[in-house]
Design a protein around this ligand. Structure first.
Ligand code: GAP
Length: 488
């Protein structure tokens, strides 16, 4: 049985063994902080994206979705501030040559202190770090690291360089021109949001959108993360689900609170209890924000950010207007309190930004259970993924008891009836017990067994993943039972 401390490793191994997530290009020993989704991981990921899209776009008449390109004009990133500001303070250990993000280094120390029972000291060091980072006091940060005797885990020394900023964007060249030319340098987008901002007018005008309205997008983002050792929590290539909500200036705080509540509601709708979530208000605001918080989930590695909610002011649209020299404004013909139209303005933006991969990790962390099923007579156990039905990669496993006597034919006919509606899995190998266990490990909520009796009475055995209870039901009810359970 996995203890709390090795639960995370157990989940990573499970993901690999059962076709959810593999290290990228593993035959070449993998690529740091890059992962591939396998046959079941990609189904889970797709279901999460579909669920987000449905709740954000389909269910909101004033939110539309787009799919912008990953490559964007390089000026985008100058305007957005990413060229100058999208960097993290880092420190190098002179002996091991290993580079660390200072906040991760200090958080690591704080965690160590907490584990040793020094809760007070842990809180003090974190508070001090927040203050120093908010003031960009890099000398102070270095002193904090030295005073707390933080050492490099590789060299074991505290021989540190000064703290410096490193940009996190990946760059590449565009077209067939020499790579030395700065002008041809383009970036892999570090957030999907800018694809929304540069299309604000296109969408607003072509869709005749009226403020307040939102534009949503799901897509890849890239960051050259320096410390990337927490499985799919911190990747160099990852996916975001973002929504920019455009509002009248002055109303942004009201919308910020609205989206905080809405997004928390979405998280709770995944069946995860409220006690596993918390809000974390930002002390050091990003260069574009006037308020920001994270929704954190209690991962096996502790409470960590899954989603960010940011009130981004009019920073981005204003900057794109300035750099593109194109007017990016909205004419609001609603009347203000004095009876005059609000007129032209640059909208303010409230953003919700959630990582797809972190959501996958959250769902898997919540779902993973190792159960001891031993009785006095025999030892037994199972690993089960209690994934919500609508997110589960496979909804229904169809299992003929034996490979003969006409049972596969009945099973195949059920498969053909159900597979256009939801994902099914057909399996006739191994004992039924082994097949059930395998489906538990993949998070399949329903298994249906076709046996000899089925030929007589058209009844099948349905087995429920979470309770392991079994029930005889009419064959022709199977599809509806699964369909109803998928409804959210
Ligand atoms: N547009 C705002 C933005 O990008 P962020 O807080 O930097 O804000 C939003 O990122 C979300 O993207 C995070 O809450 C996280 O879920 C996800 N994310 C960010 N960096 C990530 C990384 N390196 N690997 C995996 N997910 C990441």
């Amino acid at each position: 049985m996995a203890t709390d401390s090795n639960r995370f490793q157990a989940i990573i191994s499970h993901c690999k063994e059962y076709g959810f997530i593999f290290p990228s290009s593993e035959i070449y020993d993998g690529l740091g902080a890059v992962y591939d989704y396998g046959q079941w991981g990609s189904e889970l990921k797709k279901n999460i994206k579909d669920y987000w899209w449905k709740s954000m776009v389909q269910l909101h008449e004033n939110i539309v979705g787009i799919d912008a390109a990953i490559f964007m004009h390089p000026t985008t990133w100058k305007a957005s501030g990413h060229v100058d500001n999208f960097s993290d303070p880092m420190i190098d250990n002179k002996d091991s040559k290993k580079r660390y993000r200072v906040d991760h280094l200090i958080e690591g120390k704080a965690e160590e202190l907490e584990q040793q029972g020094h809760q007070d000291q842990s809180e003090i060091i974190l508070k001090e770090m927040d203050t120093l980072l908010a003031e960009n006091d890099f000398d102070g940060i270095k002193k904090l690291i030295e005073n707390n005797k933080i050492i490099c885990s590789v060299s074991g020394t505290a021989n540190w360089t000064d703290v410096r900023q490193f940009n996190l964007m990946f760059s590449t060249e565009f077209g067939a021109v020499s790579s030395d030319e700065e002008d041809n340098k383009i970036y892999l987008r570090p957030e999907t949001a800018q694809g929304i901002f540069v299309n604000f007018l296109n969408v607003q005008k072509s869709g005749r959108m009226k403020i307040p309205f939102g534009i949503a997008q799901i897509g890849k983002a890239f960051r050259n993360e320096i410390v990337a050792r927490q499985f799919i929590f911190r990747m160099r290539e990852f996916e975001q689900m973002e929504m920019q909500f455009f509002v009248r200036p002055g109303t942004q705080m009201q919308w910020y609170e609205h989206w905080k509540a809405q997004r928390m509601q979405w998280h709770l709708s995944l069946g995860i209890p409220a006690s596993k979530y918390r809000f974390h208000d930002h002390v050091k605001l990003a260069h574009y924000a006037d308020a920001a918080c994270d929704i954190e989930y209690d991962f096996p590695i502790g409470f960590k950010e899954v989603e960010g909610i940011h009130s981004r002011t009019d920073f981005d649209l204003k900057k794109h207007q300035e750099f593109s020299r194109k007017k990016i404004q909205y004419f609001d013909n609603d009347l203000d309190e004095s009876g005059k139209p609000y007129g032209n303005y640059i909208p303010y933006v409230v953003e919700t930004s959630i990582g797809v991969d972190r959501t996958v990790m959250m769902v898997l962390s919540e779902a993973y259970e190792e159960q001891d099923l031993s009785t006095e007579e025999k030892k037994d156990s199972r690993v089960v993924l209690k994934i919500p039905v609508h997110l589960a990669p496979i909804k229904l496993a169809i299992l003929p008891l034996v490979k003969k006597d006409g049972l596969p034919e009945i099973a195949r006919s059920l498969m053909n009836d159900c597979k256009p509606v939801f994902n099914c899995f057909y399996e006739e190998k191994d004992t039924i017990g082994k097949r059930y266990r395998r489906m538990d490990a993949l998070g399949t909520p329903f298994c249906v067994t076709i046996d000899h009796q089925t030929k007589e009475d058209n009844m099948v055995t349905i087995r429920y993943r979470d309770t392991m209870q079994q029930q005889r039901i009419p064959l022709d009810q199977v599809k509806n039972i699964v369909k109803e359970a998928m409804d959210v």
